[in-house]
Ligand binder design. Structure first.
Ligand SMILES: Nc1ncnc2c1ncn2[C@@H]1O[C@H](COP(=O)(O)OP(=O)(O)OP(=O)(O)O)[C@@H](O)[C@H]1O
Length: 359
């Protein structure tokens, strides 16, 4: 079942939570809604679920408008961050709940619950109550319960948000495997980039009630469509720049501007970004390199973070080198080195048109 969202707007009093959102979620796809707190992810999810009415726009399920359908008629499965399990009911009865409400025959309920409990790997715990389960187990029960009526769409709002980091990580891998098994169209709200990237087929980046970009994790990371996406996904070195004669000027530095269709507007303000892993560090000068001083060296496991200061630009710079390269360079605070961006991204401001390219 695909989900088509067209021109959705929603205000709460004077506050506009959604501003003309268009989005298509393909059938069987797991899509993450990713963005900072308050950007409208939950509001969008609640409208798709039928728990909230939009001011404008519409939601279709497989081409059919669902505006007038109740949440139950839409047959969506919902899981929220905070366990909404019935505390007085066992795991079995929690999972069976929606089937009992629908007055399904007893044998069918039993078979379906057994199947689901197995699917979420909780066999043997059917008689426990929520208080006797770990947080991760409770969320798996919530998921089994949401799947009981074979929903066409699964809506998950920060389902692992209340769990500790290790359990979260386990559960998102588990969710990915589960999705590969059952292929139910899923919208997954998260503000955690790693979680969105690890779990989903496609990521929808939201900012202030709008969709900024939709793409695979690789696309949104490698080809960010706006300064917001660039800065939201991982750390960046950001500079105010100006393009003069096809070269980007930043403080006292100059770099070749990436190619852009129609060329760059002359002397137009622009934002220039370099990701830490795309900032090279050398012992000797090279093309487009500039002198810098090592401030700090922090090993991070497979990589090493190097903080630098360069007289030509304001503020510290961050480079991330792989551990071998860092070992070869044997950097110490106070060392004089040369830094050069391997790749930079430039965005004119405004409008937020862009280009991104390898140098
Ligand atoms: N029922 C409501 N009444 C008033 N304001 C609301 C209501 N629901 C949401 N909002 C506001 O709309 C904005 C978007 O909220 P929403 O919950 O959709 O954001 P979100 O991206 O899911 O954020 P978070 O990750 O913090 O949950 C927020 O500023 C929120 O305060």
């Amino acid at each position: 079942m695909s989900i088509e969202i067209r021109g959705l707007s929603k205000s709460f009093g004077a506050f506009q939570a959604l501003r003309g959102v268009d989005l298509t979620v393909a059938s069987g796809e797991l899509t993450a809604l990713l963005g900072p707190s308050g950007c409208g992810k939950t509001t969008l999810l609640r409208i798709v679920a039928g728990l909230e009415t939009p001011d404008e726009g519409e939601v279709r399920h497989h081409g059919e408008p669902v505006q007038d359908a109740s949440p139950r008629e839409r047959n969506v499965g919902l899981v929220f961050q905070h366990y909404a399990l019935f505390r007085h009911l066992t795991v079995f009865e929690n999972v069976a709940f929606a089937l009992r409400v629908r007055k399904r025959p007893r044998a069918e309920v039993e078979a379906r619950v057994r199947e689901l409990v197995e699917l979420v790997q909780l066999s043997g715990l059917e008689d426990r109550r929520p208080a006797q389960l770990s947080g991760g187990q409770r969320q798996r029960v919530a998921l089994a319960r949401a799947l009981a009526t074979r929903p066409k769409v699964l809506l998950l709002d920060e389902p692992f948000g209340a769990l500790d980091a290790r359990v979260r990580q386990e559960l998102r891998r588990w969710l990915r495997r589960l999705h590969d098994e059952i292929h139910v169209t899923t919208l997954f709200v998260t503000h955690d980039q790693e979680e969105a990237f690890e779990v989903s087929d496609r990521v929808v980046l939201m900012n202030r009630g709008r969709v900024e970009q939709v793409g695979t994790p690789r696309q949104v990371f490698e080809e960010p469509a706006s300064p917001f996406v660039m800065q939201f996904l991982g750390s960046v070195n950001a500079f105010q720049a100006r393009v003069v004669g096809g070269r980007a000027r930043v403080g006292g530095l100059e770099f070749e501007a990436p190619p852009r269709e129609g060329g760059w507007p002359e002397r137009h303000p622009a934002q220039l970004f370099v990701r830490p892993h795309e900032l090279e560090v050398y012992r000797t000068p090279g093309p487009e390199s500039f002198p810098a001083e090592v401030l700090r060296v922090t090993p991070l496991g497979g990589t090493v973070r190097v903080e630098l200061s360069a007289t030509a630009v304001e503020g510290p710079l961050e480079a991330e080198l792989d551990a071998r390269r860092a070992e070869a360079l044997a950097l110490e605070p106070g060392d004089r080195v040369y830094a050069a961006p391997r790749r930079l991204r430039l965005f004119t401001e405004p409008p937020d048109s862009l280009t991104a390219s390898a140098l």
